[in-house]
Ligand binder design. Structure first.
Ligand code: ATP
Length: 202
């Protein structure tokens, strides 16, 4: 799986539709201060399911929508689409029936986010799992933001371990275990209730 194209529309400073080809071998983005380098990286994290406003340097998720400038009004929505070359068919099952994966996320003011994979609506969790299973994603150590190297050096062992687990592609399994535990708890509670009812009837 290789990222091939990133399209932005109304996302942060990218108010006009912007189409970026991600050529093979691209490892970094350079440009003058404030030109939008970090916004590009944030767009990548965001389309992969990032849901922490702080990771987007904002106070709320709607802060990613173009907020307006002296000469341009604010936009009502923001959209980011990421194209992935899946010709090696390494995408997780359920997403593995085409050579290209087009993943998009759109946020509309006061209406929240909607995700699509190849034009079909999916849940945020589906997109997060897709990337978690492919050893990448919003928290991927492959996306290095400013100050991250210093954070890594000063990180506590537990946090460093989380980074290694992301890289090893097992973070999706932790998420699935957590969901299975929640279902198990709910089932145990239901069983206890059934036992109470049986006792009352006996
Ligand atoms: P540096 O090299 O200084 O870190 P950079 O190239 O990484 O800069 P970014 O931080 O990506 O630049 O972009 C900052 C610009 O994006 C600022 O001009 C800021 O006003 C603009 N910006 C961020 N969020 C929004 C928004 N919601 N609406 C409009 N503009 C925004």
């Amino acid at each position: 799986m290789r990222f091939t194209r990133l399209r932005l529309n109304g996302f942060k400073s990218f108010v006009d539709p912007t189409d970026l080809t991600i050529a093979e071998g691209l490892t970094g983005v350079v440009g003058p201060n404030g030109c939008g380098k970090s916004n590009l990286l944030e767009a990548l994290r965001w389309v992969m399911g990032e849901n922490r406003p702080t990771a987007m340097r904002g106070e709320g998720m709607e802060d990613v929508i173009f907020a307006g400038a002296a000469t341009r009004p604010a936009r009502p929505f923001a959209e980011v689409a990421l194209s992935i070359d899946n010709s090696d068919r390494l995408a997780p099952s359920g997403f593995n029936d085409s050579d290209t994966l087009d993943i998009s996320r759109r946020i509309t003011r006061e209406a929240g986010s909607a995700y699509k994979v190849n034009g079909k609506e999916v849940r945020a969790r589906d997109v997060q799992m897709l990337f978690a299973d492919a050893s990448t994603g919003a928290h991927s150590p492959a996306l290095v933001r400013q100050g991250q190297i210093a954070e890594l050096i000063n990180a506590k062992p537990k946090n460093r371990r989380r980074i290694l687990e992301e890289a090893a592609g097992i973070s999706g399994l932790y998420q699935r275990r957590h969901e299975a535990e929640l279902r198990l708890n709910a089932t145990e509670q239901n069983l206890a209730r059934v036992e109470d009812v049986i006792e009352q009837l006996a």
